[in-house]
Design a binder for this molecule. Sequence first.
Ligand SMILES: Nc1nc2c(ncn2[C@@H]2O[C@H](COP(=O)(O)OP(=O)(O)OP(=O)(O)O)[C@@H](O)[C@H]2O)c(=O)[nH]1
Ligand SMILES: [Mg+2]
Length: 282
Amino acid sequence: MNQKNVHWYPGHMAKALKQIEERLKVIDIVVELVDSRAPISSKNPFLEEITKNKIRLLLMTKKDLSDEVRLKSFIRGYEQKGYNCLTVDLNNQSDVKKIVDKIMDLGKPLQEKYLRKGMKPQPIRAMIIGIPNVGKSTLINRLVKKRVASTANKAGHTRAQQWIRINPSFELLDTPGILSPHYDDHQIALNLALIGAMKEEILPFQEIMDHLIAKLVKYYPEQFRKRYSLEGDLTSENIYKQVAERRKLYLPKGEIDEYKVEHLLLKEFQDGVITKAVIDDA
Ligand SMILES: Nc1nc2c(ncn2[C@@H]2O[C@H](COP(=O)(O)OP(=O)(O)OP(=O)(O)O)[C@@H](O)[C@H]2O)c(=O)[nH]1
Ligand SMILES: [Mg+2]
């Protein structure tokens, strides 16, 4: 593995985990976000252990970019592990409403327990967690826009924490927990680069491109062909040559402008233009 990716990893991870563990003490429901295009690679395995005693909702975001057929088996896998799963497009208001409904639903048994014990009903407290770029801020913003009461400020365990009251029985911690992904696994790092969850500069660009082409050829050859009217074998050479031809991506002297071809392919993939995709291997 490229030494650039790993030098900061253990220390930062330990610190972030500790911070999240501390905040979890006052949380009922952990809302963990993963990118539905890479439902395994975009989930931090270190969270498994520290969240296991909480109610867990796994939100698979960016469903508008994701291949719902391949995604099904991943959802089944997580459900078998005891996760509650919901696939969402965070830019879709009705999906955001579904998230609120689901959280209320999951919190119901807890509130009934409070009532049975003769305690005053407590709002369900949730925290959003996930690796970079999975939609944490987007979700918080969408939820806040819908909130009925203003922000509450209450003392947490170690320091003041900001709680956003989404409705009378649901409060959200306003700062999400961010855990860096597990860059120590090279395949996972490459998958994260493809979905834009990791700075591309961390990995050799050529490797990212080889990985993209391999994934497209493996899972979405027909969509790939269709997008660029590709003919013949799907070798890198043949692909570059034809994409350059279709889009007129040449250098002044007439050679293929590989830089432009590569950036076009990556961008169109990330934007879901080539195909809706799930790139993790089942
Ligand atoms: N197409 C699509 N884009 C989404 C969705 N959710 C979030 N995004 C986009 O994904 C990008 C990252 O979203 P953020 O909300 O900033 O992600 P984050 O998890 O807060 O990222 P960090 O702050 O880096 O940890 C933004 O461009 C969002 O608009 C979704 O469901 N579908
Ligand atoms: Mg954010």
